[in-house]
Design a protein around this ligand. Structure first.
Ligand code: NAX
Length: 328
């Protein structure tokens, strides 16, 4: 069987420390698919990366055929078909969101160009590193050889968080909550959608009658869950982010269950909801399992959702303005 070559950037970081071992264990492509891991981090973290490779070797995972490490994107990206772009700088003390955006934007210019030069047109690229929607927009802009529809930004962790909170509130099993959408940006303006979510196949709003909770605590809990985890753990979400990254990629390579959908940041061109073109915006999507994500049409946008979606769209437009010089 042909080896799948998977790139993980930020491979010396904490999300990768969970993600890599799960990919190696078969959690992405299953237990019969041999995998090669291509790991990228900055030269400064070369030693840590060597340590990660040693541990992967020491697990003696039967599926792993090769572990390549390095700090040159072109060298690491060559020959790969699946990309998890996780690496980005964290926000430092006193750093403004817009400084972070500028710093991380440069990473995605470089990696977009490297993808353009050495990656296959068939590559699928999931951007996790924040601000992931705008980083994804930058990377796709610099990789014109790869269709924009092959680039995705991750809102799966937010979707999973929302699914969990709805299941607790409704006192049902997680598998009974479906059709959970996160609209917009992976940030505090994201819009967790309870209007179109389903519980036991019924409208969530017919099962959870506490509209005040849905509009208030539910939405703000999901929007602020990342900060809540940092407060508790002293570090940002890692294992849950890795789990979400796997779930997101699997949603693209496995057909979506009938009647369900998943959330994904995709290129907004000609979307059915009137969101401005040329953004990476999270929508409800379905896949045929061929690496595709098609936006689900016809969802109800009530006045509450409409107002919230306008806020997250505005934030993404502002982010795009801040990096406009990199998108020319
Ligand atoms: P860490 O700081 O533990 O690791 C990041 C790694 O990226 C570091 O090893 C760093 O050296 C590396 N890196 C920096 N610049 C690089 C470059 N140019 N090329 C390759 N590697 C580079 O962060 P971690 O907790 O792993 O988080 C990684 C990213 O995921 C952050 O941007 C974080 O904000 C983002 N997240 C995104 C989430 C999402 O839902 N989309 C949720 C979790 C997480 O917050």
């Amino acid at each position: 069987m042909k080896i799948k070559r998977v790139v993980v950037t930020g491979a010396a970081g904490q999300i990768a420390y969970s993600l890599l071992f799960r990919i190696a264990n078969g959690d992405l492509f299953g237990l019969n698919q041999p995998v090669a891991l291509h790991l990228l981090d900055v030269a400064l973290h070369e030693k840590t990366l060597e340590g990660v490779k040693m541990e992967l070797d020491d697990c003696a995972f039967p599926l792993i055929q090769e572990v390549k490490i390095g700090s040159d994107p072109e060298e690491i990206f060559g020959g790969a078909d699946t990309f998890f772009l996780v690496g980005a700088k964290p926000r430092g003390p006193g750093m403004e969101r817009k400084d972070l955006l500028q710093d991380n934007a440069k990473i995605f210019v470089e990696q977009g160009k490297a993808l353009n030069r050495v990656a296959s047109k068939e590559a699928r690229i999931l951007v996790v590193g924040n601000p992931c929607n705008t980083n994804c927009l930058i990377a796709m802009h610099h990789a014109p050889n790869i269709p924009k529809s092959h680039f995705f930004s991750m809102t799966r962790l937010d979707q999973n968080r929302a699914q969990h909170q709805l299941s607790i509130k409704a006192n049902v099993g997680l598998e009974e909550v479906s059709c959970v959408t996160i609209w917009g940006n992976h940030s505090a303006t994201q819009v967790p959608d309870f209007v179109n979510a389903k519980i036991q196949g019924k409208k969530a709003t017919d099962v959870i009658l506490d509209r005040k909770w849905l509009e208030g605590d539910f939405v703000s809990k999901i929007q602020k869950r990342g900060a809540e985890v940092i407060n508790a753990r002293g570090k940002s979400s890692a294992a849950s982010a890795a789990n979400a990254a796997l779930g997101a990629m699997r949603s693209l390579i496995e057909p979506t269950k009938a009647g369900d959908w998943f959330s994904m940041g995709v290129y907004s061109h000609k979307n059915p909801y009137g969101i401005q073109d040329d953004l990476v915006f999270s929508f409800a999507c379905v896949s045929k399992g061929l690496g595709d994500a098609e936006i689900v049409k016809g969802l109800e946008i009530d006045p509450f959702l409409k107002a919230k979606i306008a806020i997250t769209e505005k934030e993404l437009l502002e982010e795009r303005d801040l990096v406009a010089h990199l998108l020319r």
